[in-house]
Design a protein around this ligand. Structure first.
Ligand SMILES: Cc1cc2nc3c(=O)[nH]c(=O)nc-3n(C[C@H](O)[C@H](O)[C@H](O)COP(=O)(O)O)c2cc1C
Length: 345
């Protein structure tokens, strides 16, 4: 896997979505192994013990084909999905674009996935080792979108260590409207009812494109409804100073240009929730220093996707190693001691 620079050149010569499919297929051949995690990196959240705070973000393994391969590569947890109740083909191709000069990606996949039943059957066969979260969404043509989230929660709870309610994809028209306070309150009330007393923890994933009033309103609802954690954030529809040829494509932007916006939103949500809810950071994380900055800003865990495209499969391990060095530098005995230590934000 030290051959990644060569593999990357080959993969980058192929259309992005095809290269992604090839990668998933290659990972199916990866022998399962139990990675060793530094005990200082363990984080307890929502009743789960995450062996490392570095997780795989949703969208990489939408259908739950290879979660254990990602765990073998050193991720502390893997989030599969977004899965919708019914299979759907997503938006017309081409819908995934690399922006190499910006270390970024734009996607307008539109929740292409094989549906919850197929993923359920696949996941039911895997040994329950390592933390696998299931991210659920609504079908594009659903008449009652909230009902789709209830369906997803009920269907996937038996195989999920946690569930994520994703209302922040920019690629399903109108989906982000569920972030509006009244709609969000109804959504969470119904989804948490569907989860029941004994079900897995439920996380909510939000967009970075929110005004201060939206952030306060969302924070109030998630605290009142006792959501187990908030994932900040999904991709952005903003286009901050991009240089690559595909900068003008419609869709969600991820990777390096999202980094400062996602960090800013994390800080906003920390302030708005007053620390009442654990936070999970995503958006432009590509190094131990990036992950550490989010942890210091209040995140208990981090997730990444786009940096994997540019840095390769050993990235989770490298970030874990760099995090341990940063803990030692700052005299922390464990990662939990570093959470929220940033001051003056
Ligand atoms: C190609 C692609 C597909 C994605 N699909 C999903 C998805 O299905 N559900 C979801 O919640 N997030 C999805 N995301 C968003 C990522 O999970 C993550 O929140 C975002 O990309 C920011 O992290 P990053 O900068 O490390 O990529 C997708 C991102 C990309 C690049």
């Amino acid at each position: 896997m030290r051959l990644f620079p060569i593999a990357r050149t080959a993969l980058f010569a192929i259309e992005a979505e095809k290269a992604h499919r090839l990668t998933i297929r290659a990972l199916k051949a990866l022998p399962a192994s139990a990675p060793r995690h530094d005990p200082r990196l363990a984080v307890r959240l929502a009743g789960l013990t995450f062996p490392s705070p570095v997780g795989l973000a949703a969208g990489v393994d939408k259908d739950g084909e290879v979660p254990d391969a990602f765990l073998s590569l050193g991720f502390g947890f893997a989030e599969i999905g977004t899965l919708t109740p019914l299979p759907q083909i997503g938006n017309p191709k081409t819908r995934l674009f690399r922006l190499p000069e910006d270390r970024a990606v734009i996607n307008r996949m539109g929740f292409n996935n094989g549906g919850q039943a197929a993923a359920l059957a696949r996941l039911a066969k895997r040994p329950r080792k390592g933390i696998v979260g299931v991210n659920v969404g609504a079908n594009k043509d659903a008449t009652d979108r909230i009902a789709d989230y209830e369906t997803g929660v009920r269907a996937m709870a038996p195989v999920a260590d946690y569930l994520t309610i994703n209302i922040s994809s920019p690629n399903t028209p109108g989906l982000r409207a569920l972030q509006e306070a009244a709609a969000l309150d109804e959504l969470l009330s119904r989804a948490l009812d569907a989860r029941g007393e004994a079900g897995p923890p439920v996380f909510l994933k939000v967009a970075p494109d929110l005004a201060p009033a939206d952030i306060d309103a969302i924070a109030k609802v998630v605290v009142d409804r006792k959501v187990d954690a908030l994932i900040v954030s999904n991709t952005t529809i903003e286009r901050p100073n991009l240089r690559s040829a595909h900068a003008g494509e419609t869709g969600g932007l991820s990777g390096a240009p999202l980094k400062s916006l996602a960090l800013e939103r994390l800080r906003d949500f920390r302030t708005a929730t007053g620390g009442a809810i654990p936070l999970i950071a995503a958006g432009g994380i590509a190094s131990g220093a990036d992950a550490y900055a989010r942890i210091r800003a209040g995140a208990s865990l981090v997730q990444l996707y786009t940096a994997l495209v540019y840095e390769g499969p050993l990235l989770a391990r490298r970030i874990a190693r760099e995090l341990v060095a940063l803990l030692e530098r700052d005299g922390h005995a464990s990662i939990t001691q570093a959470i929220g230590t940033e001051t003056g934000a």
